[in-house]
Design a protein around this ligand. Structure first.
Ligand code: AHR
Length: 537
């Protein structure tokens, strides 16, 4: 269970050389080394769902208020209160799905506080993120409008910790019932005759912690009770998402499945459609002052993320297989195995905060550097390599908070380094992930993902080493390329970032790639990301 079948290592060829070379970047030299990558365009893993590139926006710090939402009367350019520049950036990125309103905040959020005339909405205290008062001017209608503006699918996280089954059930009806019920008419009176057709419903968040400090058994019973009332209202069948483990916590999954499963088998409940694990890669430094040692430690954690996906998927499958039971009846019909999809609906780097920045920009405000972009690209590479095991992944978070893709303050708004990591990985969406092998499967070995569709092969190659310039030779097995293009995200200082003063310090640039039949070669400077698109013969 602990092996990673899609990343086989093989011995480096005897010709591998290590020699000193100066990179093309001014003032930086690192020894360079040949790296062999073997891509098997015919060995398919699964489709790269766009949902693997999802995002997450919480009422936390300035993610919503002051970030995405500036208010209708703001002098900052906006569309009905939504920051126009952020909308443009997120729409261009193509955020496929947006989770809201938390996080921890979700289990203390009461959706009725955020509907109706804004002036009449209550002032609520955000108990998780600093006890500040929110005016609830951003509620369900505003969130759905934001999703429509950026073309994202909405994902609403319901309140289990301090809410009731009725409150969650009513939210689903309010959003999805077409017309005629009091809740549907209230939605219409509040501006939307059309149902919102929300498909993704979280049933609690981190219920092992801020979502109620529950045991897996307690949570499984709560989940069973709440989910009973999350129904198909109108034409939208809800996809329910249960709270999964913190990282690869097998104990939580075992005890959750062992509580819920037998009950489902006895007809007392339903399995969730999805099960969401959270995975944060902690950093010991403040973002722009990482030491080499702490960067290595953080980047190494993506091997654990991959391991966690394999282990959690395997665990879920073993329980589902067992619950499906043996063939039944005289004809020996095998009952269909229930499906529970695996999500990672919060992931990313979580570095040390700078108190003055948090004071100025809000809680968990975090810069994104060249290192953070490499971390994002490594995470996305993991998701592509494990595309057959995952349903959705959501970076934490969209704006200003933690591993964000956009930073916004007053009338400034910029794309972070991590925005570009996502942008460069976009071509993988809807393609078939295929096997790529590297000569170094250690946690800081070259990170690769590959996908193919209609004569195009897309590769993302990441160099997580600070002291090695990689000369990559990539062999295509059973295929040849006729042409190729590449982009590189690189800065000689891995602590470099895009700031409000200098928003374009780190941006992708065209990068040379040489294509000769089944061989593709390019260079990867230390702590860099290359996105390659190849036209196959
Ligand atoms: O993303 C920040 C917080 O991290 C979320 O609110 C919570 O779910 C997690 O612990």
């Amino acid at each position: 269970m602990s092996t990673l079948p899609t990343r086989r290592s093989f011995a480096l060829g005897a010709g591998a050389t290590l020699f000193a070379a100066l990179t093309s970047r001014k003032g930086f030299s690192a020894p360079s080394q040949q790296q062999r990558v073997v891509v098997h365009p015919a060995v398919e893993i699964g489709t790269v769902s766009p949902l693997l590139h999802g995002s997450f926006a919480e009422h936390l710090g300035s993610c919503i208020y002051g970030g995405l939402w500036v208010g209708r009367n703001s002098p900052i350019p906006n569309i009905n209160g939504h920051r126009r520049q952020a909308v443009d950036y997120l729409k261009a990125l193509g955020v496929p799905v947006l989770r809201w309103p938390g996080g921890c905040f979700a289990d203390d959020y009461h959706w009725r506080d955020g509907i109706g005339p804004p002036a009449r909405r209550p002032q609520s205290v955000n108990i998780h993120w600093g006890n500040y008062v929110e005016d609830n001017s951003f509620g369900t209608h505003e969130f759905i409008e934001l999703c429509r503006l950026i073309d994202a699918e909405p994902y609403l996280a319901g309140n289990v910790g301090s809410g009731t089954p009725r409150e969650l059930r009513d939210w689903v009806e309010y959003c999805n019932y077409p017309s005629g019920s009091s809740l549907a008419e209230e939605r219409a009176a509040n501006g939307s005759r059309e149902p919102f057709r929300v498909r993704y419903w979280g049933v609690g968040n981190e219920n092992w912690g801020c979502g109620g400090n529950m045991s897996p058994e307690d949570y499984a019973s709560e989940f069973r009770r709440f989910v009973t009332y999350v129904r198909t209202f109108g034409d939208t069948r809800p996809f329910t998402i249960a709270c999964g483990p913190n990282g690869n916590d097998v104990e939580w999954t075992r005890r959750f499945m062992e509580t819920i499963g037998p009950n489902v088998v006895r007809g007392r409940g339903v399995f969730p459609s999805g099960y969401a694990m959270h995975f944060y890669s902690n950093g010991r430094d403040v973002p722009t002052k990482f030491t080499v040692e702490n960067m290595q430690e953080q980047l190494s954690s993506f091997a654990r993320l991959e391991q966690g996906i394999v282990v959690q998927r395997g665990l879920l499958d073993s329980y589902l297989q067992a619950f499906a039971g043996p063939p039944r009846g005289p004809s020996g019909i095998v009952p269909p195995r229930p499906q529970v999809h695996l999500l990672i609906d919060e992931w990313g780097v979580w570095d040390r905060m700078i108190p003055e920045e948090e004071k100025r920009y809000g809680r968990l405000w975090m810069q994104s550097t060249q290192r953070s972009a490499v971390a994002a690209a490594m995470g996305l590479n993991v998701f592509h390599r494990q595309a057959d095991k995952l349903y959705m992944c959501n970076i934490a978070q969209t704006v200003n908070v933690l591993h964000s893709v956009v930073l916004a303050h007053q009338d400034n708004c910029l794309r972070t380094t991590s925005y570009y990591a996502f942008q460069m990985q976009k071509p993988h969406r809807c393609k078939t992930a295929v096997r790529a092998e590297t000569g170094d499967s250690s946690p800081l070995g070259i990170s690769v993902s590959a996908s193919r569709k209609d004569g195009e092969l897309v590769l993302t190659l990441v160099n997580p080493k600070h002291d090695l310039h990689m000369k990559v030779n990539c062999a295509l097995v059973g295929a040849t390329a006729v042409s190729g293009q590449a982009q590189l995200l690189y800065h000689p200082d891995f602590n470099a970032c895009n700031s409000f003063e200098n928003p374009d310090v780190v941006t992708p640039k065209p990068h040379p790639v040489s294509v000769a039949g089944a061989g593709v070669a390019l260079e990867l400077p230390p702590i860099s990301i290359a996105a390659v698109s190849l036209k196959l013969a």
